[in-house]
Structures are given as structure tokens and as C-alpha cells.
Write a protein that binds this ligand. Structure first.
Ligand SMILES: Nc1nc2c(ncn2[C@@H]2O[C@H](COP(=O)(O)OP(=O)(O)OP(=O)(O)O)[C@@H](O)[C@H]2O)c(=O)[nH]1
Length: 385
């Protein structure tokens, strides 16, 4: 019933889009670029690159992550303070779950935030503190509903317009993700695709991307080393034909793989580095196929700086970030996103990293899961991207 209702609302919104026509940029309107890509593909790295770039824009970032805790804005803050960047106007974190399917109408959360931003800006004075907006989607988002919101007829009279969609494909892992429905859609609706470095797989991934989207130019970069001029002001929908092409790709309800889950872990007690390392090693060695992504900002015992952890499958690394500020609670937050996480005792084993005991809680007491149906579907998916 709910599904039917959402579909009707969506059909209505597409109808509203119907007479919108090509998107005409105007100096009075603020461009929006959507940055999308699968988990760990390099979106935050790209956003940081733009925020610390020398392009003259005051950029506002809208972040949306899956899971109960947000890590990305800390990672952006880390970079901003390291680069003493003046080009960032701030980061807004949307915490009400996935932006592409939250609210009554898919994407309506975004509409509310944009309205609010204009309202706050106007109240503060005639000049808004930002002149460009980046929306970083979660790694499991379907950008289609967001694009549809931004193309609605009502948006034509708003202060914003959608400039383009940039997606990042992590060439090293793109071919192995299970059920890549989200990853495929992200590529299909894009106006520019950035393939991150992985010399071995690059040609295969490039062909798979082209099969999904033949019109988007492909970049090949490492750690998002690309100038803002290449990414911003794409004016991707300035012609009716370009708009129609992307509108067709962006259609359909947001669909999420039911097999991916997110576990949010927190600890108020500082962690022991050796225990944390063993815990991460166990995840990387035993469950690298299932664990798509780990990211966190952690407080270590006897360490005045934050400890940042990034992991994509078996590639997990940690490094020291900025110092904790005086009076700031030194708490650890970590998210693990993946497949078949239910069998892992993540809460218990993570909490044990803060305890003094020699022995660590085992990561799993269930042994290997039996192969399940979704793996067959995944094998099908692997062939496609
Ligand atoms: N080798 C390699 N690593 C990269 C590249 N770009 C980013 N990374 C690393 O990949 C990890 C994930 O990067 P993020 O920018 O946080 O990825 P994301 O897409 O925002 O990840 P989610 O938050 O899961 O959506 C980090 O450790 C980055 O340093 C690249 O081009 N090459």
C-alpha cells in the first residue's frame, strides 16, 4: 500500500517535471552539483579537493550518510582545518536517513533543507554565505529521486538549479560489489564519471561504465586530483535533449539492496591501539568480501589526536588526525557497512578494544554463513559492473 502511494507521488512529481524544459543557468541562481558513487569510492575525497581548491566559490556541502552516526563531516572538518581553506561555507548533515527516500515524497527532505538555507541566508542579510552547493550522497543512494526534485517545475522559480551529477567509480573494487543496483544507477544518471586509479582493472571498468552510460565523459584520476573547473559548472541540462536523456535514466523509484546493512559503533572509553589493530585485522582477513566499508573517528588511550580509520574491503588504514579540543568529549564513532554483518559480534568485540583484558572478544561465534540466495544474484551483478 505504502509502495503504491510512493509510486503515485512519484508519478505525480514526474508529471510536474514534464513541462519543465531545459535548465537555464542564471547568475541569480545557485548551481548544485550532486557527487555520487558507491561506498568508499572517493566522494568525500573529491568534496575535500573542491573545498580546498582555489576556484573563488564559497561552497556549501550537504552530506547524507546511511547509519545512525555521521563520520564524513568530521573527515571534511579534518581536511578543512589542515588546509585552512577559505572556500568552504559550511557543511549541513542530513540525519533523517537516506535522502533519496526520506519524507513523504522521495527527496523531499532535500527540498526542505534548500528552502531553509535560503530562509536563513535571507534573514542574515542580502548576501548568502555560499554561491555553490555540493550534495554528497550516501554510497547507497539512488540519485534519481533527488534529480527529479531539482527538476520539478516549482524549482524553476527557486534560488537553485541542478548543474550536473558527477559519479566516482572505484576501479579497484567496482567489479566485485554485491548487488550493485545502486552503483549502476549512480553511473547511469551521471554527466561525468571519474574512475579512480587502479591500472589493472581500469579498461574493464571503463567498458562496463560505458555500457551503462555512453554519453558521460570519463576521467581517470587518482585521489580526485582534478581541478574544480572540470567538475563545476557543467551546465549538463542546458539543452532539451540532454535533459530528456538524463530524466529517462533518473526515473523509477529509489531501490536499495536489502542485503546491505550498517552497524554504528560507539565507545566513550578510549580504545587500546593494539586491540583495535587486531580487531581491524580480523575484519580485513576474515570478512573482507562482506565488509564493504569501515570509517571512523576514534579516541585512543594516551593519544591526544583523533585516530581516523578508513577501510574498503581488505584495504584498511588508520592515521592520526587533529588534536581533540579542550573540553571536547573524547568518544569513538565507527560505522561498518556490508553484507551478512548480523553473524558478527561487532558491538561486543569493538567494546573489548577499550578493555584491559589480554584476550579479545571473538569477532564471530557463528562460523561461516552458509552460501545464501543473494550471493547467486551477486554473481550475476558482478558480471555487470
Ligand atoms: N587508491 C586510492 N584510494 C582512494 C582514492 N580516492 C579515495 N581513496 C581512499 O579511499 C577511501 C575512501 O574514500 P572516501 O573519499 O571517504 O570515499 P567515500 O565515497 O566518501 O566513502 P563513503 O563514505 O563510504 O561513501 C579513503 O581511504 C581514501 O583515502 C583513489 O583515487 N585511489
Amino acid at each position: 500500500m505504502q509502495r503504491l502511494r510512493i509510486r503515485r507521488i512519484e508519478e505525480k512529481s514526474l508529471e510536474l517535471c514534464g513541462g519543465g524544459g531545459a535548465q537555464q543557468p542564471s547568475p541569480a541562481r545557485i548551481p548544485i552539483t550532486i557527487i555520487t558513487g558507491f561506498l568508499g569510492s572517493g566522494k568525500t575525497t573529491l568534496v575535500n579537493r573542491i573545498l580546498t581548491g582555489d576556484h573563488g566559490h564559497r561552497v556549501l556541502v550537504i552530506e547524507n550518510e546511511i547509519g545512525a552516526i555521521s563520520i564524513d563531516h568530521h573527515l571534511i572538518d579534518e581536511e578543512r582545518s589542515a588546509a585552512a581553506s577559505a572556500s568552504s561555507a559550511g557543511v549541513v548533515v542530513l540525519k533523517n536517513g537516506c535522502m533519496c527516500c526520506s519524507g513523504e515524497t522521495p527527496g523531499s527532505e532535500l527540498e526542505r533543507v534548500l528552502d531553509k538555507l535560503l530562509e536563513i541566508g535571507m534573514a542574515a542579510g542580502a548576501i548568502l554565505p555560499f554561491d555553490y552547493v555540493l550534495i554528497e550522497t550516501s554510497g547507497l543512494a539512488d540519485p534519481g529521486p533527488l534529480m527529479q526534485v531539482l527538476w520539478r517545475r516549482e524549482m524553476a522559480t527557486s534560488g537553485f538549479y541542478l548543474d550536473g551529477v558527477v559519479s566516482i567509480v572505484d576501479a579497484a573494487h567496482a567489479m566485485r560489489h554485491l548487488r550493485p543496483a545502486e552503483a549502476e544507477k549512480q553511473v547511469a544518471v551521471s554527466d561525468l564519471v571519474d574512475l579512480s586509479d587502479s591500472p589493472g582493472a581500469l579498461e574493464d571498468v571503463s567498458r562496463a561504465v560505458e555500457a551503462l552510460n555512453a554519453t558521460a565523459p570519463q576521467l581517470r584520476t587518482s585521489h580526485a586530483l582534478v581541478g574544480a573547473a572540470t567538475l563545476l559548472h557543467l551546465r549538463a541540462y542546458a539543452s532539451d535533449s540532454a535533459l530528456e536523456l538524463r530524466r529517462a535514466a533518473a526515473g523509477g523509484a529509489a531501490s536499495h539492496s536489502p542485503y546491505v546493512s550498517c552497524v554504528s559503533l560507539e565507545s566513550r572509553a578510549p580504545l587500546r591501539l593494539d586491540a583495535l589493530q587486531s580487531w581491524l585485522r580480523a575484519l580485513a582477513e576474515d570478512r573482507s568480501d562482506d565488509v564493504y566499508r569501515i570509517k571512523g573517528v576514534l579516541a585512543l588511550r594516551g593519544e591526544p589526536r583523533r585516530f581516523i580509520v578508513h577501510g574498503v574491503h581488505a584495504q584498511i588504514h588508520g592515521f592520526a588526525g587533529s588534536e581533540w579540543r579542550d573540553g571536547e568529549p573524547r568518544a569513538s564513532s565507527l560505522v561498518v557497512i556490508g553484507h551478512r554483518l548480523e553473524g558478527l559480534r561487532l558491538d561486543e568485540s569493538f567494546a573489548a578494544c577499550a578493555s584491559d583484558g589480554e584476550s579479545q572478544a571473538a569477532l564471530t561465534d557463528a562460523g561461516e554463513c552458509a552460501p545464501c540466495e543473494e550471493e547467486e544474484a551477486a554473481a550475476e551483478g558482478k558480471k555487470r559492473l
